[in-house]
Write a protein that binds this ligand. Structure first.
Ligand SMILES: Nc1nc2c(ncn2[C@@H]2O[C@H](COP(=O)(O)OP(=O)(O)OP(=O)(O)O)[C@@H](O)[C@H]2O)c(=O)[nH]1
Ligand SMILES: [Zn+2]
Length: 290
């Protein structure tokens, strides 16, 4: 058996980097086993270029997305999630919220990046400012000019970049790792997985202590797996009011004496955040798997 790190995941195929730096294409032992970029694994070589993942080390964090029928791991052992927005094209605030909630639900620090700040967009800036008032770390960036503002954030972290298509994730990766393009091609050539490279999740080492995971552009981010109690807590501005409603099974929709609704009415909690909470709660209720 050899120890390795999952550095790329394409559906049910994984590239595992061994301690000597070699990258081996692997499958899992069973159909039900799921791995993701960032996983520390033990593999058994089946020949010089292929192997089977026999064991997955305990994970310090696990980031999921899901629909009504199944959940899928996006990345393992990440320490922060970088949510990339841009001044244009305009971003979906719903998707931003889903990324934030996914991060809160698995205990990972989210950082919100507004990219393409060389192109002014007052509305986007205003939205960013709102999330800063909630307490989130926000960064203004123009990745096309410089990614220097990200460097101190990335140090000693395993970060995952998530965001809609076109926000600038590839631009950020290319600026951080100018050699990435050639490396991706090199790996795909040796492992014959070229056709998958655009939809894969990849982990890149920035230095010995820091890594960054690039994920494909998201159109939706299902959170059917997140239960109501976790959801409530994931909306950070709800926290002081949880348990303060008149009814202890309050759904925060129409109940009298609802502490959350009162905050919305008074303008202390943004109505959109409560609407997103209700949407996510409804999704969890129709989940068909356990
Ligand atoms: N003006 C400006 N354009 C940028 C900046 N960063 C990226 N872009 C442009 O935005 C477009 C999309 O950038 P990508 O890096 O391909 O976006 P992506 O998030 O990787 O998109 P997917 O691959 O679809 O997930 C490209 O045309 C980039 O040149 C920036 O800071 N300023
Ligand atoms: Zn309530």
């Amino acid at each position: 058996m050899q120890e390795g790190l999952v550095v790329a995941a394409f559906g049910k195929r994984y590239n595992v980097e061994l301690t000597d730096g070699h990258v081996i294409s692997c499958v899992t032992r069973g159909k039900k086993v799921d791995n993701a970029a960032g996983d520390r694994v033990s593999i058994k070589l089946t020949d010089n270029h292929e192997g089977v993942i026999e064991k997955t080390a305990e994970r310090s964090s696990l980031l999921y997305r899901s629909n009504a029928f199944k959940s899928k791991i996006l990345a393992a052992n990440v320490t922060q999630i970088l949510i990339v927005l841009a001044t244009q094209p305009s971003f979906y605030e719903d998707l931003l919220n889903r990324c934030l909630i996914a991060a809160e639900a698995c205990g990972i620090r989210p950082v919100i990046i507004l990219n393409k700040c060389d192109m002014a967009n007052a509305e986007a800036e205003e939205k960013l400012a709102f999330y800063a008032t909630l307490g989130y770390h926000t960064v203004r960036l123009s990745a096309a000019e410089s990614v220097a503002p990200l460097l101190p954030l990335l140090d000693h972290q395993t970060s995952i970049l998530v965001g809609q298509s076109g926000m600038g994730k590839s631009t950020i990766i290319n600026a951080l790792l100018p050699e990435v393009h050639s490396r991706t091609q090199e790996i795909s050539a040796t492992l014959d997985s070229g056709k998958h490279t655009t939809t894969a999740t990849h982990l890149y080492h920035l230095d010995v202590h820091s890594a960054i995971i690039d994920s494909p552009g998201l159109q939706e981010f299902g959170l059917y797996h997140v239960d109501t109690a976790t959801l409530e807590y994931a909306f950070i501005e709800f926290r002081p009011f949880i348990g303060k409603c008149k009814f202890n099974n309050c759904t925060h929709q129409h109940e009298p004496g609802c502490a959350i609704l009162e905050q919305v009415t008074q303008g202390h909690i943004k109505r959109l955040r409560l609407q997103i909470f209700q949407q996510l709660r409804a999704e969890n209720a129709v989940r068909v798997y356990s």
